[in-house]
Write a protein that binds this ligand. Structure first.
Ligand SMILES: [Zn+2]
Length: 337
C-alpha cells in the first residue's frame, strides 16, 4: 500500500463477523430452538461501525437467515452499502440433516462432500432469497478448508474464502503451513499458493507471533508444543518474555495492547491488510460467549473503538468489506506478476 503525504503507511482494514446463534460451546450441537438474540444488537453495532468508517462483513449462517425478524435487521438503512453479507456454514444447524453431529462432523472438511454440497446449496438459496443477491464470500463453521470444499465454493460462484485460521491445527482440521497473507489458493491443495488459478481468493484472518519472522516462529512454537518434548515450561517462559506469543486479531481473544502489538508486527512484516474477526454472539452477555458475562457489548465495542483510534495514530486505515479487499489485493498480486 502507498505512503500518503503525512508519511503514514496506508493499510486496508477488514472486520469479519461470524453471524450466528448463541450456543453452548461445551455441549451438544443443536439443530433447532436456537437463541439468536445477539442479532438484534447488530443494528447498534453497525451504527458504531458507520461512525468509525468500518465496513463489516457478516458471514451469516442458516439459523440467522431463516428467521425473518433477524434477516430484517440487515435490511435497515444503516446497513445499506456499508457492509457485505457472506455465507457461514454451520453443518449441524443447516439442513438437510444426516444424523448425529459430534465434534468431528461439526467441521465442514470432515463431512462427505455430497452432504456439504446439499447444505451449501440450501444456505446459498436461503441467503439469496432473504437478501436479494447471492453471497460471494464464505467461511466454514469452526474454520478449516480442503480441496473438495474449495472446489465446491467455485461451483457455487464464491470468489472469496476466509476459512483459513493461520498457524492452527488440532485433531479435527489443520491450517498448518497456510500462508498468513492473502493468496490465490491451489484448488487441489488450498493451503498452498498457486498463481495459475484465479477463481477464488483466500483472505485469512490476521494472526502472528510477537516477532518479526512469523514462519520461523511457527516452527519454533510447534517444536515447543510437541507433546514428546517436555518444554511446556519453556513455552510459558517464551510467552512471558513475549518471544513467541501466538496471537489473533480478535477482540474476543486479546486485549487492545495485544491487538496493537500484533498489528504492528504484521505491518512490520509488510502486510497490506489487517483482518479482524469476531462472533456476533459475543455482543451479548451469555454463558457461551467467548467474552463471558461482563457487559459484553460494551467491552467489545469499546475495544474496537480504542484499537482503531490508537492504530490510526500511526497508519491510515482504508476500510473495506472482505470482497472489496480481496479484489484490491488480488488485482495487485496479478499486476505484480
Ligand atoms: Zn460459526
Amino acid at each position: 500500500m502507498s505512503n500518503n503525504r503525512d508519511n503514514k503507511k496506508t493499510v486496508l482494514f477488514v472486520l469479519s463477523v461470524d453471524t450466528e446463534e448463541e450456543w453452548d460451546w461445551s455441549g451438544e450441537f443443536p439443530q433447532k430452538n436456537f437463541s439468536i438474540d445477539n442479532v438484534f444488537r447488530l443494528s447498534d453495532f453497525q451504527h458504531l461501525c458507520n461512525d468509525l468508517g468500518v465496513k463489516p462483513t457478516y458471514f451469516i449462517d442458516y439459523a440467522v437467515a431463516e428467521n425473518d425478524k433477524a434477516a430484517a435487521v440487515f435490511k435497515q438503512p444503516e446497513f445499506k452499502e456499508n457492509c457485505e453479507i457472506g455465507a457461514h456454514l454451520h453443518p449441524w444447524c443447516n439442513p438437510p440433516y444426516f444424523g448425529h453431529v459430534s465434534d468431528k462432523e461439526s467441521h465442514v472438511v470432515n463431512l462427505p462432500i455430497e452432504q456439504v454440497e446439499q447444505k451449501l446449496a440450501s444456505l446459498v438459496k436461503l441467503l439469496s432469497s432473504q437478501f436479494g443477491e447471492q453471497p460471494r464470500s464464505f467461511r466454514t463453521g469452526r474454520w478449516g478448508i480442503d480441496a473438495k470444499v474449495m472446489r465446491l465454493l467455485t461451483k457455487y460462484n464464491f470468489t472469496l474464502d476466509s476459512s483459513v485460521y493461520p498457524f492452527w491445527q488440532n485433531e479435527y482440521f489443520s491450517c498448518h503451513g497456510a500462508p498468513e497473507r492473502p493468496y490465490w489458493p491451489n484448488l487441489n491443495a488450498p493451503l498452498q499458493e498457486d498463481n495459475q488459478q484465479k477463481l477464488i481468493f483466500e483472505l485469512p484472518v490476521t494472526a502472528g507471533f510477537n516477532h518479526k519472522n512469523s514462519s520461523l516462529c511457527e516452527k519454533a512454537y510447534r517444536m515447543m508444543e510437541h507433546p514428546t518434548l517436555r518444554w511446556t515450561r519453556i513455552t510459558g517462559v517464551a510467552w512471558r518474555t513475549k518471544l513467541l506469543r501466538k496471537s489473533y486479531l480478535s477482540p474476543e481473544l486479546f486485549d487492545v495492547p495485544q491487538l496493537l502489538d500484533l498489528s504492528k508486527s504484521a505491518l512490520a512484516n509488510g502486510t497490506q491488510v489487517l483482518h479482524m474477526f469476531m462472533h456476533s454472539s459475543s455482543l451479548i452477555d451469555n454463558n457461551n460467549s467467548l467474552v463471558g458475562n461482563r457487559d459484553a457489548y460494551k467491552y467489545i465495542t469499546e475495544a474496537i473503538r480504542s484499537y482503531i483510534s490508537q492504530l490510526q495514530q500511526s497508519v491510515n486505515l482504508e476500510f473495506c468489506t472482505i470482497s472489496e479487499a480481496g479484489k484490491r489485493l488480488s488485482e495487485e498480486q496479478t499486476s505484480n506478476e
